[in-house]
Design a protein around this ligand. Structure first.
Ligand code: NAI
Length: 420
């Protein structure tokens, strides 16, 4: 059996069944896996992945292994690991996994270090913790690495900051920025799975409730749209004028956070920023307000402030904590402020992760071929890969589209033809 640090290997049967269930809705990745099995483009390549250990990730791991890669996987969040999935990956799919749901911070970083010990040639990150660790504490690992991929907005922002400071030591492809990723995963995936997390944890009726969304980016748009569909009165808080205007014209009420605090029944942050729900919000909140986060890190809610100011903390059920304030009001925090869709539910549906992970698989193949010609920068996913994934997805869905006629191609490339 592969080397690992997981909760319980006897959970593997349940994990395998769920991985196969997810696979049924990941047709693009399945096609890539079939080709990889034949062509073995990743033969002998060591890949160190730090991703949410979910059934969808398992199908990416299977694809990389089918391509010949030797893969080690750790978690990109201490609460998102599905222990049964981890067990099946180790027992049945030839992947070394270092992840246990609920692991403390020390174990979380110990697991990242174990993946780095394996001298990966390609890194796959979700949030930039592996890249950050290698650059800050494990620089000896740099000599083996040819390139990496990054899954999420927050990770891409961190990488861009590293590149701007000339600190980034190898090329990384920003999978998040592929059209076939953020248009679908961030918007529809986060929209649906975040509400799923809130519902599973609270079983509250959403209809008629005021739901505040902080951040009207790709994730926030999907979340607001889905919450509206569930009958919520949706309020948006933003700091960017254009995003705020877009929210307003999409029909949502837009207001500053102090004001939103007074009306929020449920408040969800998806900004990638710090202390978005802060003292000015807590002080104005209604009794019993529910707060949670679906942005990458647990820094969007100022939990230390809440911990310090509250006179009592009661765990009502797992991942549902009630804080009693000195004036008697209660505030309910879900999932310790960590990604509520991955902690409270199962994360994004397989159908959108199909495209996100197809990007990782094809970018790993691309890096092997092209990394020698790339600089220590953050790169977009090559357009040909993005387009190919969109086409495969349409085919899998049985959706057909038009093609440009020769005259249309000529027209689109010319400037002479104006009013006719
Ligand atoms: P984005 O860049 O498209 O949108 C973020 C929005 O938040 C922007 O419009 C920005 O103006 C706004 N914002 C920033 N600071 C704010 C503040 N203090 N108050 C109100 N609004 C503020 O980013 P995207 O793709 O929507 O991602 C947001 C976060 O969600 C990131 O941390 C990302 O990594 C994470 N993410 C989470 C997923 C999940 O499974 N829950 C999936 C994909 C992304």
């Amino acid at each position: 059996m592969r080397d690992c640090d997981i909760k319980d290997i006897t959970l593997a049967d349940a994990g395998r069944a769920r991985i196969e269930w997810a696979d049924r809705d990941m047709p693009v990745l399945a096609l890539i896996r079939k080709r990889f099995e034949k062509e073995r483009p990743l033969e002998g390549v060591r890949i160190g992945a730090c991703l949410h250990v979910t059934t969808e990730t398992a199908n990416l791991m299977r694809t990389l292994v089918a391509g010949g890669a030797d893969v080690r996987l750790c978690a990109s969040n201490p609460l998102s690991t599905q222990d049964d999935t981890a067990a099946a990956l180790v027992r049945d799919y030839g992947v070394s996994v270092y992840a246990i749901c609920g692991e403390d911070n020390e174990t979380y970083y110990k697991h990242i270090d174990t993946v780095i010990d394996f001298k990966p040639q390609i890194t796959m990150d979700d949030g930039g913790d592996v890249v950050g660790r290698i650059h800050e504490k494990r620089r000896e690992a740099l000599q083996n690495i040819i390139g990496g991929t990054e899954e999420t907005t927050t990770g891409v922002i961190r990488l861009a900051a590293m590149a701007a400071a000339n600190e980034l030591a190898y090329p990384v492809i920003a999978v998040n920025d592929a059209k076939t990723k953020h248009f679908f995963d961030n918007r529809y995936g986060t929209g649906q799975s975040t509400l799923d997390g809130v519902i599973r944890l609270t079983n509250r009726l959403l209809a008629g409730r005021t739901l505040v969304v902080s951040g009207y980016g790709w994730c926030g748009k999907g979340l607001a749209m889905r919450a509206k569909g569930m009958g919520c009165k949706v309020v948006v808080c933003e700091v960017d004028a254009t995003a705020a205007l877009e929210a307003y014209m999409d029909g949502f009420e837009v207001m500053p956070r102090e004001q939103a605090a007074k009306v929020a029944d449920i408040w969800i942050t998806v900004t990638g920023n710090l202390n978005v729900i802060d003292d000015v919000c807590f002080e104005n909140m209604k009794d019993g307000a529910i707060i949670c986060n679906s942005g990458h890190f647990n820094s969007e809610i100022n939990i230390p402030w809440l911990e310090e100011q509250a006179i009592k903390k009661t765990t009502l059920k797992p991942l549902v904590d009630e804080y009693t304030m000195p004036d008697g009001r209660t505030i309910i925090l879900l999932a310790e402020g960590r990604l509520v869709n991955l902690s409270g539910a199962e994360g994004h549906p397989a159908n959108v992760m199909d495209m996100s992970f197809a990007n990782h698989a094809l970018c790993a193949e691309y890096l092997l071929d092209q990394a020698k010609n790339m600089q220590k920068k953050v790169y977009d996913v090559p357009e040909a890969i993005d387009e190919h994934i969109a086409q495969l997805k349409l085919e899998a869905l049985g959706v057909h589209i038009d093609t440009l006629t020769p005259a249309q191609v000529e027209y689109m490339n010319s400037w002479q033809i104006g009013t006719v």
